[in-house]
Design a protein around this ligand. Structure first.
Ligand code: CA
Length: 188
């Protein structure tokens, strides 16, 4: 092959300026488009993650059994069957729970809420043992929410506590009173 033919061969293989421009115009927008898509996918993914986090915070996954309500790490159940305090506590124990112990205003408000306004009072886990008020789940008794003038007859016949409804404050009453009750146990 002569020198002239070789030169023509290579110049036919190489893109001329026009071709290079066409390639450039085709490649650059495609690259920008790909970068844009990658950015969008990343952006959408991070938005989805944010959305998932917000939903999880607002609506934590169900940690309680059916009919039990979740609140701050515990599950609560209103036993609508009207029984005396001892039978109410036994019903809770059958559910691996105890009658509710209450430790903050927020928890008291929650228990009052699930008890349902206008419904009859409910037994809570407080009982008089050796002249001391004690929770049946043996938790501390630092918090109290007695109604004014209560507990009355401490050393008499009102040795168990109920939640007044409405109002949510506590009253000591006779163990034999048959009312609803609230059970509480740790969430799983
Ligand atoms: Ca009383």
């Amino acid at each position: 092959m002569e020198l002239m033919e070789i030169s023509e061969f290579f110049s036919s293989q190489l893109p001329d300026a026009q071709k290079r421009k066409q390639i450039l115009f085709a490649v650059i927008p495609s690259l920008i488009f790909v970068i844009f898509i990658v950015y969008k996918i990343y952006h959408i993914e991070s938005q989805v993650e944010d959305f998932k986090r917000i939903i999880t915070e607002k609506f934590p996954p169900e940690k309680c059994e059916k009919n039990w309500k979740f609140f701050q790490g515990n599950c609560y159940w209103v036993n609508k069957k009207r029984t005396n305090w001892t039978t109410s506590e036994k019903s809770c124990v059958q559910e691996n729970a105890h009658l509710v112990s209450i430790h903050t205003d927020e928890e008291n408000d929650f228990v009052e809420l699930i008890l349902g306004e206008g419904q009859i009072d409910g037994w809570i886990g407080l009982q008089l043992l050796d002249d001391e008020w004690a929770w049946s789940d043996e938790s501390d008794t630092m918090y109290t929410n007695w109604k004014a003038g209560e507990p009355n007859e401490n050393h008499g016949i009102e040795n168990h506590a109920e939640m007044w409804n409405p109002g949510g404050q506590w009253n000591n009453n006779k163990e034999t009173r048959k009312i609803r009750s609230i059970c509480k146990k740790k969430a799983s």
